[in-house]
Design a binder for this molecule. Structure first.
Ligand code: GLU
Length: 625
């Protein structure tokens, strides 16, 4: 039996008893030494001298991302005097070139920064906003919500991109370089091109129909309407020019210059290919919406967990609050002392209750009164923990009451269903020789966003507005996450920095929609409670729960003896994630880094998922040093 847990989940979830669905064949031809470019070809291809590696240890600073070229851009920036903020921006801009389906100037994200000199953690909220004309009916037609896929490739789905605003603000306030310097590696990569690999082809296939629907995307990312073969050299001179203009004129080129006009035009009059069977609805973004964009700097979330200070992203992301609440619940258990099965049972149950509260309360705090203080209060967590027994609860469990005086063990009420989707995001972590640390999760939402490339500018537009609820799911439950003019949709992005005794010890983050939260939480408990190295914690098989009866899991987790114990002794049920391409069977290609003693760093990228990430350090030193 195949169950899809939400309309937007293209990954099928198959009950374990039914076994794994067949994994579809990849549309990946053999290597081809062919150059593909949106317009003119330029210089020769870059060939990385070192292979992609998931772990690197050394001095001088570190970078981990989902891509070797992008991590190299970050390292080059550190070597040339940039700090961790500059390196994060250089890495993100390069990802816009080499990972255009999960990154780039058409998207947004959240950055958490530890500033060593000021000894403080800050955040930058560079999430996309809904245009001023947005209303709760944004995704309704004849009173009915659009299907996710229909909404996703529409102009309606596009939020005002926050990416370039974030980069400019981060570098201006906290960097040591200028934005123009940080963009240089990305400009070079866009001009020189990069070789398409298997993962790129899989990502193209995830969104092929959407890319096929737009003339500008067909031209840049497809050949005769089909994915570019593995080995193709993809150059993007349009994006190189876009970055060069941003380098010269600053972010106003995008928000108040020619590019603002091009974005608004693309949203209002999408460049639809006449042969597409898709219905493409125009959007409502204007130049004025772009001109009004500002990245914000809300205070980070903070919880103490077993002597660690865990800092994360506050609303409109639900990352920090949901992880924080779950950690507060788990702090009442002896996670390292109890059996692994019982500890994982507690982990899953903590997620059930935290997600019930997330879904009910967390949204854009400029529009909704989010009880963040309560959600992060240990006394509130105690009212959730007391509901947990040695048998899995029946989800959906009701949200709690995160307002003082937090008494009793309330368990009545109605819960709205949880949502879930793919892992089309990326996480960057950087650290520099001065001790600054950055965790930066950013995205264009779905793989390839809307599928719409801004003609002549070389990047895809996000579909972030589909993170809003399209309609209240239950009339009895207030829906805090409906579209409104200027509002930001709830996110799950969860860049996290952990301090111990006042010093940063590690940073982590992940892609994966709502599984971002479960992935980061699982990595935290793997590392802090179960004593795994960060490398092993990132690689470990994933399991999680969004307040659904069955927890979702990778097959590798279900193959472990502990999964059977959880089912037999604790009444947990599981669904396996699977789908058409290998990407659909994976949860969370995370990245992290650790600050070791003697000014050494270890960068930890995902070893396998999404083709494996890239961890690099500035100075790897000699072996054994
Ligand atoms: N849009 C999602 C969020 O903000 C992230 C996209 C993804 O990872 O699929 O939570």
């Amino acid at each position: 039996m195949t169950v899809s847990t939400s309309s937007r989940l293209r990954t099928a979830v198959v009950l374990t008893s039914a076994g794994l669905a067949a994994v579809g064949a990849l549309v990946a031809a053999g290597p081809a030494a062919v150059a593909h470019t949106g317009s003119t070809a330029t210089s020769s291809a870059h060939r990385p001298s070192e292979p992609k590696q998931a772990v690197a240890t050394g001095r001088g600073g570190a970078v981990a991302s989902v891509d070797l070229d992008a991590s190299r851009a970050g390292i080059a920036t550190l070597r040339h005097g940039g700090n961790a903020v500059d390196a994060a921006v250089a890495t993100a801009a390069t990802l816009g070139v080499t990972e255009p389906f999960v990154a780039g100037p058409g998207g947004g994200g959240f950055m958490v920064v530890y500033l060593a000199k000021q000894h403080r953690v800050l955040t930058i909220d560079g999430r996309e906003t809904c245009p001023a004309a947005c209303s709760p009916g944004l995704f309704l037609e004849n009173g009915q919500p659009l299907a996710f896929e229909e909404a996703r490739h529409s102009g309606l789905a596009v939020g005002v991109p926050g990416m370039v605003g974030t980069w400019a603000q981060a570098v201006r306030r906290y960097g040591t370089h200028r934005l123009s310097a940080d963009l240089q590696p990305a400009i070079r990569r866009a001009e020189g091109g990069f070789r398409i690999d298997d993962t790129f082809v899989q990502e193209t296939n995830e969104s092929l129909a959407d890319l096929q629907a737009f003339t500008s995307s067909r031209e840049l990312f497809l050949r005769h309407g089909q994915p570019l073969p593995v080995g193709t050299l993809l150059r993007n001179p349009d994006l190189a020019r876009t970055y060069r203009m941003i380098a010269r004129h600053g972010p106003r080129y995008l928000y108040d210059g020619p590019l603002a006009g091009a974005i608004a035009r693309t949203v209002q009059h999408p460049p639809v290919w006449k042969g597409t069977p898709l219905t493409v609805r125009p959007g409502i973004m204007t130049r004025k919406d772009l001109a009004g964009y500002h990245a914000e700097e809300p205070a980070p979330t903070h919880v103490r967990y077993r002597g660690n200070d865990v800092y994360g992203m506050p609303p409109p992301s639900s990352g920090g609050s949901t992880t924080g609440e779950a950690l507060n619940i788990l702090s009442g258990y002896d996670m390292s002392g109890e059996s692994r099965a019982l500890a994982l049972h507690h982990y899953i149950e903590s997620l059930r209750y935290s997600f019930a509260d997330r879904n009910r309360y967390v949204a854009d705090p400029d529009y909704v009164d989010v009880p963040l203080h309560g959600l992060l209060d240990r006394a509130f967590a105690a009212t959730r923990r007391c509901l947990i027994t040695d048998t899995a609860a029946t989800s959906p469990v009701a949200p709690g009451d995160p307002y003082p005086p937090y008494t009793g063990c309330p368990s009545t009420g109605t819960a709205s269903p949880s949502t879930d989707h793919e892992q089309s995001t990326n996480n960057i972590v950087t650290a520099d020789r001065w001790g600054n640390v950055v965790a930066y999760t950013n995205t264009i939402e779905h793989f390839a966003g809307t599928g719409m490339t801004v003609p002549g500018y070389g990047f895809l537009l996000n579909n972030e507005m589909t993170d809003f609820d399209f309609a209240p799911s239950d009339p009895a439950v207030p829906d805090v996450n409906l579209p409104e003019g200027g509002k930001i949709p709830r996110s799950s992005m969860n860049p996290t920095i952990v301090l111990r005794n006042g010093h940063p010890v590690f940073a982590v983050g992940s892609p994966g929609g709502a599984t971002i939260i479960t992935t980061v939480l699982q990595i935290l408990i793997n590392h802090i409670d179960f004593g795994m190295s960060l490398e092993d914690a990132i690689a470990a098989p994933r399991v999680g729960n969004f307040n659904t009866p069955a927890s979702f899991a990778e097959q590798a987790f279900l193959d472990t003896p502990v999964a059977k114990t959880l089912q037999d002794e604790y009444g947990q049920q599981f669904s396996v994630v699977t789908g058409v391409t290998p990407l659909d069977s994976e949860i969370g290609a995370a990245t992290g880094l650790e600050l070791l003693s003697h000014h050494r760093f270890r960068a930890d990228a995902e070893p396998v998922r999404r083709g494996g990430g890239s961890a690099l350090v500035v100075d790897p030193g000699r072996p054994g040093r």
